[in-house]
Ligand binder design. Structure first.
Ligand code: UFG
Length: 330
């Protein structure tokens, strides 16, 4: 059985990928420090509580298990925080990722799927954004993802491994079977904030109402977390099939404004959601919409939940049934 080391496998996206790996008869081995992940999000997979900075534990893990491939999710991922605490991001997202790569090299692991981000592009000069678009990140988070992509590219050039880097646009939604969902603390993402506002009666701040977009609010491309998970399995299979390194966008190619998301959340929940115009959030580009034809054509990816209403419906089921998330107070 193929063993996949999944760093950050107790996190939002990682846990959905682990579920899909199990369904497809892989053996996921979750390595997570539980700083933002949840032990309860890892149900039937092998689990090791460990930090990537702990190279002894990392080496022990590779010694104990024969790892066939790595999926690397573990990272800090808040754009706003990265602007305030850049060093934290360079340490966790770059230095620790290099430690992982070093250990992979030592144990001859040659397949690597990397969780990258649309944040590598910065302010786009073209919509939808193709993979060839210049990468000029506008915040430290995007910078760290871009740096590590280049490290992977150098490794691949020297024939040390093959990698696929997946540049996610806005991951959203939840496991349609209701077992897994989004539980960040603090929560910064629009869809969970809008849905939780219906439960708590808060107003949703709209960060910027004067952007050069039809309704003045930022436009994003929301992609269902299960569609992201499927894309990771396809990436793994592509690497199993030979020397197929590459970079792929993952989005639906449809842009929705902040106001449109809030309106859809009202429709799905049947509840009113108060919103309040607020200042722009530093580092937010006005529009991010993916060109993801490459993923469809080359990897055969077919999104199962492309429309925003379905994405929000699955998220709503999770938040309604788990108002405290995983209930582990993190
Ligand atoms: N927003 C609000 N109010 C909120 C929360 C968000 O108006 O309370 C707005 C944001 O300003 C943004 C949009 O809603 O315009 C979406 O914001 P999210 O925080 O949900 O997502 P981001 O687009 O900021 O972040 C996503 C990924 C990041 C990635 C980034 C690239 O989650 O990992 O895209 O810019 F880095």
């Amino acid at each position: 059985m193929f063993t996949i080391l999944v760093t950050g496998g107790a996190g939002y996206i990682g846990s959905h990928v682990v579920k899909e790996l199990l369904r497809q008869a892989y053996r996921p081995l979750v390595y997570d420090n539980l700083q933002s992940g949840h032990r309860r999000a890892v149900k039937d997979a092998l689990f090791i509580e460990g930090d990537l900075a702990d190279q002894t534990k990392l080496r022990q893990t590779f010694e104990t298990y024969t790892v066939d491939a790595i999926m690397h999710f573990a990272a800090d991922c808040q754009v706003g925080e990265s602007v305030k605490e850049p060093l934290k991001y360079y340490k966790n997202n770059v230095v620790n990722s290099i430690r992982l790569l070093e250990t992979a090299e030592e144990f001859h692991v040659k397949k690597f799927v990397f969780s990258s981000s649309a944040a590598v592009y910065g302010e786009p000069s073209e919509i939808p954004i193709p993979e060839e678009h210049p990468c000029l990140p506008t915040n430290p988070y995007g910078e760290t993802k871009w740096i590590f992509e280049r490290v992977l590219q150098s490794f691949q050039y020297s024939e040390k491994l093959d990698y696929i880097s997946l540049r996610y646009f806005n991951a959203a939604g939840a496991d349609p079977e209701g077992e897994l969902g989004e539980d960040h603390s603090p929560e910064t993402h629009l869809i969970p904030i809008a849905l939780m506002a219906t439960l708590r009666g808060d107003a949703v701040p709209i960060f910027g109402t004067d952007y050069d977009t039809p309704d003045g609010t930022c436009i994003r491309d929301y992609i269902h977390v299960v569609d992201l998970a499927q894309a990771h399995i396809l990436a793994l299979k592509k690497l199993e099939g030979g020397r197929n390194s590459g970079v792929y966008n993952l989005g639906n190619g449809n842009g929705y404004s902040v106001r449109e998301v809030i309106e859809t959340a009202k429709k799905v929940t049947g509840k009113n959601i108060h919103s309040v115009g607020s200042p722009r959030r530093p580092g937010d580009p006005a529009r991010l919409v993916a060109g993801s034809e490459k993923m469809k054509e080359k990897l055969g990816w077919v999104p199962g939940y492309p429309d925003l209403e379905t994405i929000i419906e699955t998220a709503w089921r999770w938040h309604r049934n788990h108002p405290e998330g995983y209930g582990d107070a993190r």
